[in-house]
Design a protein around this ligand. Structure first.
Ligand code: VGL
Ligand code: ZN
Length: 210
């Protein structure tokens, strides 16, 4: 297994959705989600360039099971843009659950990208909403800044980290999963699917710790 060597000027670290609701005690807690926070801080200190993403939903968002009569959390429904997993209410704009984990310390992060703010569409990827065509603007930002390689960390490995890295590849960036600094939800076989998707799309894997 490869250990991450020193990042360069055209590398950027993406820290995906390290928010209270995805950590133990949160409404969509990822098992062990908070355990990666110290490692992400340490890794971020080695990168000159870091972008944070923040899942950021209006109350009553269409990805919430509570917005669909009779639907249970983690069931699926057909949306105009395809199948959508219905989640417990999470990361509602302005709530404590939507705030970054208090232990996250990356003062030099250059941008915070919010996603999932359109009521009718979910957004897993940092690059596209779940219709896979509505852009967030991140690709343009990265290109204009001259970044060519994206390293992915955070939550959840098999949802937002997965789609962000797959889309990075689709858009022509090199993409690397820092596998010891991401944790999965693992619902509907999503962890196995994510690992297959990484291999199929050319996302490579490294470890931050030796
Ligand atoms: C996420 C489910 C719903 C994530 C966001 O950050 O991985 N997962 N919204
Ligand atoms: Zn969400």
């Amino acid at each position: 297994m490869t250990t991450l060597s020193n990042p360069g000027d055209t590398d950027i670290l993406l820290v995906i959705d390290v928010q209270n609701d995805f950590c133990p005690g949160g409404s969509l807690a990822v098992p062990d989600g908070d355990s990666i926070v110290p490692g992400i801080n340490a890794l971020a200190a080695r990168f000159a360039h870091v972008v944070l993403t923040q899942d950021w939903h209006p109350a009553g968002h269409s990805s919430f099971a509570s917005a669909h009569a009779g639907a249970a959390p983690f069931s699926t429904t057909a949306m105009p843009y395809g199948e959508q997993i219905l989640w417990p209410d999470h990361c509602v704009i302005g709530t404590r659950g939507a705030a970054f984990h208090a232990g996250l310390e990356i003062p030099h992060a250059e941008m915070v990208l919010r996603k999932g703010f359109r009521p009718a569409i979910d957004s897993y990827s940092a690059f596209y909403e779940n219709d896979r065509t509505t852009p967030t603007g991140l690709a343009g930002y990265l290109r204009e800044r001259g970044f060519t390689r994206v390293f992915g960390t955070g939550l959840a490995l098999d949802v937002c980290v997965r789609y962000s890295l797959e889309d990075a590849r689709r858009l022509g960036f090199d993409a690397v999963l820092v596998e010891d600094l991401a944790r999965p939800i693992d619902t509907h076989g999503s962890l196995a699917a994510a690992m297959q998707a990484f291999a199929a799309s050319g996302v490579t894997l490294v470890r931050a710790a030796a």
